[in-house]
Design a protein. Structure first.
Length: 402
């Protein structure tokens, strides 16, 4: 059975831009999308910062379709449609049952839940909006992607907090490797910039007041953002038969759990996930050139990730270019590792490592090469993407130059 899985198309939108090209350009140049949130529905949270999509692009959906979706599903559909166009993927009755979708989401349905609670509890409404239940289910984004593109293969949602998109990508790879599909659209989507979600994160006392500074000694915490990114994954043979442009190969994935604490991170789980990823991909530690770190900007997470990287890569750890693109697109929760997939694939293709911006002071406990503030030209043959979630669920994906 053909175990090689390749990427033939990508799409996305977030605070950095509303398509693949604009997102990568901002990542590469280190232009941050973090700033005051302009959302009129934030009520008494005016002045809170985040990475917000100011205006949605034209998406070609009619009002009936768009009105049936919460914002996280709409973002996923927009990204998936761009990815399908980018891959020049033709879907018809002859292949529809061989094409599926997996979409990761961490906090789903925030917009619909918020609107209904306010209508019922504050405005005196007697019943919830009729489509509330299908809007807020975790699988809604995957279902909407399948309906928008006409996909009848394996379709399901994946939810594992901040590791959701990498788990979705790994699950899609499995569907292709197992022969259940020839093509899968995979990624993640999140729309957490609503009052209730922001208040819940505020209660954790980990939100930064100014900006996201991963690995910098003066870092003050997480900044939340919204967005989605999707990729077209295919078996290598299927992509070659149809003459598709291959952007990169997904060489392998590694999954683990900390089994430690619902919020506090641990070293052992991330170490196990990175080692499992290298093993699945048939790679040595010395093969990795670039690592897109989870890099949230909290003191504990950044120090533990640094320690885990050093434990896995040992002497080679200091030779790897590491960066956290959350410093520009913020933490998009379930969508973060999908957006970071864009960083990895484009670094492979263009030989440019996107920087960790806002970096000001070295932290003795974070002593790797974090590509501070400026992009770096480097030949990248293998890139790893780390995603370590609240609750201790970890997913690492390896991308290889083709």
């Amino acid at each position: 059975m053909d175990r090689r899985v390749v990427i033939t198309g990508m799409g996305g939108l977030c605070g950095l831009g509303t398509n693949l090209a604009s997102i990568w350009e901002a990542m590469r140049e280190g232009r941050s999308a973090i700033g005051p949130i302009a959302n009129a529905e934030l009520h008494e949270l005016k002045g809170m910062i985040g990475a917000e999509i100011k205006t949605l692009p034209e998406h070609g959906l009619n009002s009936k379709q768009s009105n049936s979706m919460d914002r996280f599903s709409l973002l996923a559909v927009i990204a998936a449609r761009e990815a399908a166009r980018h891959a020049e993927l033709s879907i018809d009755e002859g292949n529809t049952y061989r094409i599926g979708a997996t979409v990761g989401v961490g906090v789903c349905g925030g917009e619909a839940i918020e609107g209904n609670y306010r209508a019922l509890l504050l405005d005196g409404a007697r019943r919830a909006a009729i489509l509330t239940a299908p809007k807020v289910m975790p699988s809604a984004a995957a279902a909407q992607v399948s309906m928008s593109l006409g996909l009848r293969g394996p379709v399901f949602g994946v939810t594992s907090a901040c590791a959701s998109a990498n788990h979705a990508i790994a699950s899609a790879v499995d569907q292709i490797r197992l022969g259940r599909a020839d093509v899968m659209l995979a990624g993640g989507s999140e729309a957490p910039l609503v009052w209730g979600v922001l208040k819940s994160w505020e209660a954790l006392r980990i939100l930064a007041p100014d900006t996201c500074r991963p690995f910098s000694a003066d870092r003050k915490g997480v900044v939340l953002g919204e967005g989605a990114a999707m990729a077209v994954l295919e078996s290598y043979q299927h992509a070659a038969r149809r003459g598709a442009t291959i952007l990169a190969e997904i060489a392998g994935a590694g999954l683990s759990a900390d089994a430690f604490d619902i919020v506090a991170p641990a070293v052992e789980g991330p170490v196990a996930a990175m080692r499992a990823c290298l093993s699945d991909a048939g790679l040595n530690a010395e093969d990795v050139d670039y690592l897109n770190a989870h890099g949230t900007g909290t003191r504990a997470n950044d120090q533990i990730e640094t320690a885990a990287i050093k434990r896995v890569f040992r002497h080679h750890a200091h030779s790897i270019s590491v960066s956290s693109t959350k410093s520009v697109h913020a933490h998009c929760l379930g969508a973060s590792s999908a957006l970071e997939m864009i960083a990895c694939v484009m670094a492979l293709r263009e030989g440019v490592v996107p920087p960790t911006v806002n970096y000001r002071e070295p932290d003795p406990a974070c002593d790797l090469d974090f590509t501070p503030n400026w992009p770096r030209e480097r030949k990248v043959h293998v890139a790893l993407s780390n995603a370590f979630a609240m609750g201790g669920t970890n997913a690492v994906v390896a991308f290889k130059r083709v």
